[in-house]
Design a protein around this ligand. Structure first.
Ligand code: PEP
Length: 267
């Protein structure tokens, strides 16, 4: 009988919410889905609200992440936030390589790789975001763009550390645009990613690594995505700012992955 990876659904609140709104959102999410156990969940508030959100979610099955990390640790780096700081306010994981960091803040492959190392060295789990731009997809280079980003980010990461890394495939053209990848477009690249992991690590590592899809995920499109064999959850932006939408995405992920499991076991 094949065992499906447990889905992991995380909500990236980006540069939204005030302290009061973040607290309310955490409380609302907790009330709706805090007790679920067959899915892994995370919320990713802005830096100043991590501690408050972590304390509201203490004891629940919802992890708290950070949206970024500075690679160099503590020192004379005005405005930066280190992994040790994130751990000390209750962060469990951190996003690395989000396309908004790459495109707006200039995080290139070397910076992404350094941040990934720093996060793991600080004892944080990582969601590593990769994904092609529209020009790359149109040129037939979606797969190679993702392979290049993977190779750069994971070049110094040993096999045993990969258990602390989730990959998020986030095509840039789908983020915040309402233009979601079709289930088959997502599956095609997720399979490329898993194949790459097999080649650079081994098939056991590839089989246990979770690969989320991100880009305009909503309650009405998650089911088709999560039914794909290599889609193991979602990284959700806009829809995670609404407790009802985020909760609906989480519960649909459980239902659909259970459905996918039973279909696999029937054949
Ligand atoms: C994201 O920020 O990672 C994201 C996928 O955003 P959205 O769901 O709004 O497209």
């Amino acid at each position: 009988m094949s065992e499906r990876r447990q889905p992991f659904v995380a909500g990236n609140w980006k540069c939204h919410t005030t302290l009061a709104e973040a607290t309310r959102l955490a409380d609302d999410i907790k009330r709706r889905i805090g007790r679920l156990r067959t899915v892994e969940m995370g919320v990713i508030p802005p830096f100043p609200f991590i501690e408050r959100v972590a304390s509201r979610l203490a004891g629940e099955a919802i992890q708290v992440g950070a949206q970024d990390i500075y690679a160099k640790g503590s020192g004379a780096y005005t405005g930066a936030v280190s992994g040790a700081m994130l751990k000390s306010v209750g962060a469990d994981f951190v996003l690395v390589g989000h396309s908004e960091r790459r495109l707006i803040f200039g995080d290139n492959d070397a910076v992404v790789s350094a941040k990934l190392q720093a996060a793991l060295n600080s004892g944080l789990q990582v969601i590593l975001c990769i994904g092609e731009r529209l020009e790359e997809r149109d040129a037939g280079e979606a797969a190679s763009a993702c392979q290049t980003q993977l190779a750069a980010a994971l070049q110094d990461i040993p096999k045993q550390a990969l258990q602390n890394v989730t990959i998020a495939y986030e095509p840039v053209w789908a983020i915040g645009t309402g233009r979601v990848a079709s289930p088959s477009q997502a599956q095609e690249i997720h399979f490329v990613i898993r194949t790459w992991i097999t080649g650079h690590y081994d098939s056991d590592v590839a089989a246990s690594t979770r690969i989320q899809y991100g880009g305009s995920v909503k309650p009405d499109n998650i089911s088709g995505l999560i039914l794909q064999p290599d889609v193991d959850g979602a990284l959700v932006g806009g829809a995670s700012l609404d407790a009802d939408s985020f909760s609906a995405i989480v519960t649909a992920s459980i239902d659909s992955s259970a459905e996918a499991d039973s279909a696999r076991n029937r054949f």
